[in-house]
Design a protein around this ligand. Structure first.
Ligand code: ATP
Length: 576
């Protein structure tokens, strides 16, 4: 029997169509143009579970945390998309641009992947692009993911939904900045599980970050404590913002912040809502300032987020101004809250030199934010000009525990002054929101209820930043962020920090407008624990280190018994 296939067996139906037109076949017009598309479902096709980006976790203690909690993440459920700029060759043969993923800072590797990371680090291999990872821990073992394919994840989730069980992803975050990771997780899981999305059917090719839409959040609220107040009348938030900026209309962005006025400028950080640049003003060459640039009021999503409105940005401006002004308050004063020099409302395209700085940062550190070239002529921004206040506590290297102990005292008294002046609760005082810089001053002065207090600096000065979740009462109005409907933050794990959000919710009975200075104590207990087990010390063998390390440990045993930062401060000052 002849097993030879007929000559045209290789032809598909399309080829057969060409048969009657031999000239076309000769030209092979169509086939020559067919290329393998890496764009299509690139989040699926190019997933590589062996690539994990921990470049942001270079600190030994962060690595330790990764080691301690690594088992919690099933890295197989990861989407990774190749990022052309990290690859030495262009694997994208097609004209369309590749889909760029984002890394989710807060997630932890498994044992296998830790080994892989170490191998990659030894070989100094290039990073494999940004990633989104999530851990689906409610899937039964038999339906658990067997490969890294997101396709299988989706099928498993669909199957699970079909059997009427609720799919819920767990959230394991690294200590510190959580907002970006949480938002990415929310977008990812909400679209996969359909929890808050009306579109329950998610096809694999829909799972690209550009397709994931943010859920608008409008949780900033202001509550008038005096109900008969004339403030209850309709507020014109635009006019209020302009008033705080000391302007009658927006300034032109490119002329208000020209390159010539900003010496030695560079981008130093980024948040979900904006970009942070550092520079020296031309007329004050001994000073370093920081510009925090926040797009507002536009309809375009920025970094996958809805832009804040005048109404949402106003409380942040008010809190920043009031806390900064405590430097000159007669009864309760502190310089521990970030010093704000100016706030302005600007309009127009991003200045070219700031785009250049953004791109330099992106080249070096890979920004997770959108390139500001996206902004049009009509875009509005709030620009906060702040004093540069140093390095955040997670990256700072303390000399020894004595220096850390006195830094804690500065944090305690700063919060205590805030409580007394404005019923202030920070509500998000993780170690990324405490900045530290060296100082030649011997003492830092505070005034609490009119009483002068001094704390030894031991060579460093602390500054508290980021009032996004903070609460204050000012001019019979309480400004706060209502987290009562925001379940996701309270399911996160991975650090004591995430326990504190739950502790706060319990303390406040989920009524976020109420005042309880105990939440400041809860954050102080977290900071104290980080000083015991988390921060870096230069010298740990000295007597001073051991002595003060014991003091930190003793204080840790009793700290949660205090009702406020004021009480903590009084106690610490009495035992000094
Ligand atoms: N005054 C300052 N001095 C030095 N660095 C600063 C200052 N303000 C902000 N930064 C740096 O910029 C980063 C982002 O700032 P910030 O936390 O205020 O932004 P954010 O948009 O509120 O962030 P997110 O909302 O994502 O937590 C900080 O982590 C810090 O490293």
């Amino acid at each position: 029997m002849d097993h030879t296939l007929p000559e045209d067996a290789w032809k598909d139906s399309f080829d057969r169509l060409l048969d009657p037109i031999p000239k076309l076949r000769e030209l092979n017009v169509i086939k020559k143009k067919v290329r393998l598309s890496f764009n299509m479902d690139s989040s699926v096709e190019n997933s590589n579970p062996n690539v994990l980006n921990i470049n942001d976790c270079s600190l030994p203690n962060v690595r330790n945390n990764l080691t301690a909690a690594g088992d919690k993440l099933n890295i197989k459920n990861s989407i990774s998309t190749p990022c052309a700029k990290n690859l030495s060759v262009n694997i994208f043969h097609c004209a369309l641009s590749p889909i760029i993923g984002m890394k989710l800072d807060g997630l932890l590797p498994t044992e296998d992947h830790r080994a892989d990371i170490i191998d990659r680090e030894k070989l100094d291999q290039p990073r494999g692009g940004k990633q989104v990872c999530f851990n689906v821990n409610t899937i039964d073992s038999e339906t658990s993911m067997e490969s890294s394919s997101i396709l299988q994840s989706v099928h498993a989730l669909k199957a699970r939904r079909a059997s009427n069980k609720q799919a819920r992803s767990s959230l394991v975050l690294l200590p510190g900045k959580w907002r970006k990771s949480l938002h990415t997780w929310q977008r990812t899981t909400q679209n996969i599980s359909g929890r808050k999305s009306s579109n329950l059917c998610v096809e694999p090719r829909d799972i690209t970050l550009k397709n994931l839409r943010a859920v608008p959040r409008n949780s900033r609220k202001s509550l008038h404590t005096n109900r008969n107040s004339e403030h209850d009348l309709e507020i014109n938030f635009e006019a209020e913002v302009l008033k705080y900026c000391g302007q009658s209309s927006p300034l032109k962005f490119s002329t208000a912040y020209t390159a010539t006025k900003m010496l030695d400028a560079c981008k130093i950080g980024e948040g979900v809502y904006g970009e942070v640049f550092k520079y020296t003003p031309k007329n004050k060459t001994k000073m370093n300032l920081v510009l925090k640039v926040l797009p507002i009021e536009g309809t375009a999503l920025v970094n996958e987020e809805v832009q804040k409105t005048y109404e949402q940005i106003l409380p942040e401006i008010i809190i920043s101004r009031e806390m900064s002004a405590l430097r000159i308050n007669e009864t309760n004063s502190t310089s521990g809250f970030v010093d704000i020099y100016n706030v302005s409302l600007v309009k127009g395209k991003y200045p070219k030199h700031l785009i250049g700085l953004w791109e330099d940062y992106d080249e070096e550190k890979e920004s997770e934010n959108d390139n500001p070239t996206m902004f049009t002529d009509s875009q509005l921004f709030i620009v906060l000009e702040l004093k540069f206040a140093g390095t955040d506590m997670s990256k700072f290297v303390f000399l020894n525990a004595e220096q850390a102990y006195f830094a804690l005292q500065q944090v305690v008294l700063t919060l205590a002054v805030g409580e007394e002046a404005f019923q202030f609760e920070h509500r998000d005082l993780h170690w990324g929101n405490i900045l530290i810089e060296k100082t030649k001053k011997k003492f830092i002065d505070f005034k609490l209820r009119g009483k002068q207090l001094s704390v030894e600096t031991k060579g460093i000065q602390i500054t508290i930043i980021d009032y996004t979740l903070s609460r204050i009462t000012v001019s019979e109005c309480c400004h706060y962020n209502d987290l009562s409907q925001d379940d996701d933050l309270f399911v996160a794990t991975g650090d004591y920090q995430y326990e504190v959000y739950r502790m706060m919710r319990e303390e406040l009975k989920n009524n976020w407008s109420s005042y309880s200075p105990k939440t400041n104590v809860q954050w102080l207990s977290y900071i104290n624990s980080k000083l015991i087990n988390g921060v870096n010390y230069k010298s740990i063998t000295t007597k001073a280190h051991k002595n003060y390390f014991e003091k930190l440990k003793d204080f840790n045993k009793i700290i949660l018994n205090f009702a406020s930062a004021v009480e903590c401060g009084q106690y610490l000052h009495s035992i000094n």
